[in-house]
Design a protein around this ligand. Structure first.
Ligand SMILES: O=C(O)c1ccc[n+]([C@@H]2O[C@H](COP(=O)([O-])O)[C@@H](O)[C@H]2O)c1
Ligand SMILES: Cc1cc2nc[nH]c2cc1C
Length: 355
């Protein structure tokens, strides 16, 4: 069961925005974001996030051997090492936001450090256009690993979670999952991933078509869908996102790959979306389809298409800014400033974060 955000804190935050020393509604969506956090923390005014945590789910995909990515699968293991040593984009952007980063190997086609491979399910997920991505047992283990990781992080004090992804080929299964759960056509969900050319785009679209043919048959069953056309990374992310919501822990979603996992998580745990904020709009076309389906409006739109949780942690300082407005501004009464005249007091907070 997914808990409801706190209605009372939600109402108090909206009322408080009307009392702060600014024209009603003048901070635009920043007001709405502060209200969103207050309702998730169950307190008004809300607190800046003290222990935001990123978990990057790494795993490559057999379909990448058929020329659907601009990079070879070896890059996945190399980037896991780079994230671990602090040299990836997500490390820099997380540091800017006061967040810490953990990377886990769910299905990397290579050897990674012992410290990151405790939950590893297999080497590379299956080539979804010709075979199942996982066995039923692997799918169950991967979802459970994601749930366990969310529990571990929340129990260790994380007050905001971000799921990131790293895996050569992962935009192909993410496109299939998105198409299967939104009744979209392959051409609508296939993008350029790491930067593929037209020939690779056509190969990728054919792979998505073939994967989707099998995925559509099991689209009503989230575990079967993850097994057929997802992969260990996507399954773990779905478990992680569903569990965060069940624990009442807010999440900032990243781009297209995390978005696809979020669609599955919403199937696993209906209502989970109420604990998620969309960090940004990835340029991948499927990302916008996910946002529409989940009725989420992204905080940022910076033409990013990286993954790793990078868009989510880029949005986090804006979310913390929204919190500080509610927590630190003076009210009209405190500052001895005249409030609005009755006629002027129009609706204080914009809508559209899913509330
Ligand atoms: O999540 C996104 O919006 C996103 C968009 C484009 C690329 N990516 C990243 O690029 C990699 C997958 O791209 P590809 O072309 O190998 O399928 C993987 O590591 C993802 O994290 C991620
Ligand atoms: C270098 C590199 C870094 C990445 N980070 C997420 N996906 C990626 C893909 C590549 C190729």
């Amino acid at each position: 069961m997914v808990p409801q955000p706190d209605e009372q804190a939600h109402r108090q935050a909206i009322a408080r925005h009307g009392e702060l020393t600014k024209p009603a509604g003048s901070l635009g969506r920043l007001e709405e974001l502060g209200v969103w956090v207050a309702a998730r923390q169950g307190v008004c005014p809300p607190r800046p996030f003290a222990r935001p945590r990123v978990v990057v789910f790494a795993g490559d995909h057999g379909v990448a051997d058929d020329g659907v990515s601009a990079y070879p699968k070896e890059v996945t293991a190399q980037m896991v090492a780079n994230i671990r040593s602090g040299g990836a984009a997500v490390n820099a952007l997380a540091a800017n936001a006061g967040a810490s980063v953990r990377v886990v190997d769910m299905a990397v086609d290579g050897t990674t450090a012992e410290a990151v491979s405790a939950h590893k399910v297999r080497r590379s997920s299956g080539a979804l256009h010709t075979e199942d991505a996982l066995t039923p047992e692997q799918a169950r283990s991967a979802v459970l690993a994601g749930r366990t990781l969310a529990d571990e992080e929340i129990d260790a004090g994380a007050d905001l979670l971000v799921a990131g992804d790293m895996g050569i080929g992962n935009t192909t299964p993410a496109a299939v999952l998105t198409a299967a759960l939104t009744s979209s056509e392959p051409v609508a969900v296939v993008g350029r991933g790491t930067g593929i050319d037209d020939a690779a785009w056509m190969r990728k679209t054919a792979a998505v078509r073939d994967g989707l043919r099998r995925a559509r048959r099991v689209a009503h069953d989230p575990l079967a869908l993850l097994r057929t056309a997802g992969g260990a990374d996507l399954a773990a992310m779905a478990g992680f996102l569903a569990r965060a919501s069940a624990r009442g822990t807010p999440v900032i979603l990243d781009g297209m790959v995390v978005g696809a996992a979020a669609l599955v998580a919403e199937e696993l745990a209906p209502g989970a979306v109420r604990w998620w904020l969309a960090g940004h709009r990835s340029v991948e076309p499927a990302a916008s389809i996910v946002l529409d389906q989940l009725d989420l409006r992204p905080v940022l739109d910076l033409d990013m298409r990286l993954g790793e949780g990078s868009g989510a942690v880029t949005a986090l300082p804006v979310v913390n800014a929204a919190v500080r407005v509610l927590a630190e501004m003076s009210t009209f009464a405190q500052a001895g400033i005249q409030g609005p005249t009755a006629d002027e007091a129009v609706g204080p907070v914009a809508s559209g974060s899913g509330d």
